[in-house]
Design a protein. Structure first.
Length: 296
């Protein structure tokens, strides 16, 4: 019954694995609900911020705000890659890294020097393996990023852009559309493009739209405070949506692993039962044969 004992050992091993994957699926489901709440909570503020910026925007103000500077040629660009610290999330991190390589390849193809910033151990480990220099890295953000985390990430890059050291900043993250749709995206956050500023059909983008309002302080002072807040909020949304996408990907991966373990257990148990039946049949045949031999 050596084969039967081996199959029973495999059954116990798969059962233990299924317990682990099922537990991880339940944990990811719980974390996903909280991450979804953070994504939903961040959207109304982002929408209101865009509307205020669009209503106050005046093309004549570009020269007064460094973050609105539009360089003719991007000599040096910053790329902020957001990944997770842990694996077991399917192709989540691989897709983000692939998107970052596409962005970096396109920029370097245009002659732009890259300054790479990475969040998460997975992205950091990949680019260190390639031997690529990393300007900064963070592996301590966890599953609950805060606006302060976003400010610390993008603050130095905003200073570099305002000083002319950087000509553009891109953020590579996951966009959380739904639990089943979390595609990787690359978004340029600097220079700031005021939402709707290029659409002549939107009256809010025309500075004359403000003539019926009294602003205190002036529109310039308000924009001076809101433009950096808009950049920080964009990065914060990227952080919370990437965190939600990570939990969604992990839940899906662990559910698939649990289902596969159940299928393997069904096959192993059927195989064990057949082996056991074959052994019993053989033992009965040996007993019958021995009894017949004694009668003769």
């Amino acid at each position: 019954m050596a084969k039967g004992r081996e199959i029973k050992g495999r059954i116990r091993s798969v059962e233990n694995t299924r317990k682990i994957t099922r537990t991880m699926e339940m944990v990811a489901t719980s974390k996903l609900k909280r991450a979804q709440d953070r994504v939903v909570a961040a959207r109304p503020y982002a929408i209101a911020l865009r509307e205020v910026l669009a209503s106050l925007y005046n093309p004549d103000l570009i020269e007064r705000f460094p973050l609105l500077r539009q360089p003719a040629n991007a000599r040096r660009a910053g790329v902020l890659l957001l990944t997770s610290n842990r694996g077991l999330a399917g192709a989540f991190n691989a897709n983000l890294i692939r998107e970052s390589r596409i962005v970096i390849g396109r920029l370097e193809g245009d002659g732009t020097e890259i300054e790479l910033h990475i969040v998460g151990r997975k992205g950091l480990g990949y680019y260190r393996y390639l031997g690529r220099s990393v300007a900064s890295s963070r592996t301590d953000l966890g599953d609950r990023p805060t606006p302060d985390d976003a400010a610390k990430l993008v603050g130095p890059m905003m200073d570099s852009f305002a000083a002319g050291t950087l000509d553009a900043v891109y953020v590579v993250s996951a966009r959380y559309n739904s639990a089943l749709s979390t595609p990787p995206v690359a978004e340029r956050v600097l220079p700031v493009e005021i939402p709707g500023s290029g659409d002549s059909q939107q009256p809010k983008t025309d500075h004359r739209w403000r003539k019926d309002y009294i602003l205190a302080p002036s529109a310039e002072a308000i924009l001076g405070a809101l433009i950096p807040a808009y950049v920080r909020n964009t990065v914060y949304r990227a952080l919370v949506e990437t965190a939600a996408a990570e939990q969604s990907a992990r839940r899906t991966a662990m559910k698939n692993a649990t289902d596969n373990a159940s299928d393997i257990l069904t096959v192993l148990r059927r195989t064990y039962n057949r082996a056991r039946q074959a052994q019993i049949t053989q033992e009965i045949a040996e007993i019958v044969g021995g009894a017949a031999g004694l009668q003769t």
